[in-house]
Design a protein around this ligand. Sequence first.
Ligand code: AMP
Ligand code: MG
Length: 330
Amino acid sequence: MKVGLQTQILPAGEAAVAAAARILAAGGLVAFPTETVYGLGADATNAAAIASLYQAKGRPAFNPLIAHVGDLAAARRIARFDAAALALAAAFWPGPLTLVLPKAPGCAVADLMTAGLETIAVRIPAHPVARDILRAFGGPVAAPSANLSGHVSPTTAAHVASDLSGRIDLIVDGGAVAVGVESTIVGCFDQPMLLRPGGLPRAEIERVLGRALLAPPDDADSDSEQPLAPGMLASHYAPRARVRLDAVSLEPGEALLAFGSDAMAGIDAAAAVMNLSPRGDIDEAAANLFGHLRALDSKGVGTIAVMPVPEQGLGEAINDRLRRAAVGRP
Ligand code: AMP
Ligand code: MG
């Protein structure tokens, strides 16, 4: 829980960039300007840091975040680029274009950052302060807008401070940024698809691709008749196994996703057991959620039983995702 932190505000410059890199490496939270809006950055490979980022924003749900990187080599360490993706990166990066791509093998980004998906959203921002921080830190940085959930995106350091003072470690003040049109998001699967209109116009993207972008499915959660990359467009991770919520005892052969230290009847016959947080820490549970679900699912069990998780703090977001997982593959 980050609430109660002393939030430093530093003018953009060498000292601020060095402090930002140091804080990110230590798992802290740093707000910095991008060319769209101020972003709230955390080390994308550090699940605990991502959990505290959601906590600081007061997010009621875990949405997949965008990994910000400093150059194409860094992007290729976390995502797989096909020819179309490389053409778009060459034409528009750095800039307000986010590409959703398959994760690269060995991608070090935390499951919580991609909300458990097999795909990852990546962008190289154009703002010089953002780029300096990314270069100094050297790894991917998750950076949603630096505001409390439900508030408008911040375009000045003062906006950030009024929402997040006491909840984050550092605000790098780079002055006012261009008023917040968010990045355009393109999914590069079998055929490139416009997932969210934004700062980069569709026509420019289509000119580089030499063809029209597909429209997003009406409901990205529904499986409709999408022939493209089944499962990859799903905005929610769903395990193959059935998910049984609020389990108070275990049936033979079930896997258990536990929380806390309570004993459970039937646990001796469990196919596998993983604990989100043996000491009952909700932020630790958030950090472990998708990784643990994935690990249990990989055992090929029919059912994953899940112990109740309290609704407080990030518990609301955890329970939101567990309920979606229980509904099953979209
Ligand atoms: P932003 O609000 O600018 O931080 O962008 C975050 C948005 O990017 C999410 O709400 C998603 O709509 C989108 N996004 C991130 N990762 C993915 C992904 N793997 N697949 C589809 N959309 C994604
Ligand atoms: Mg936002």
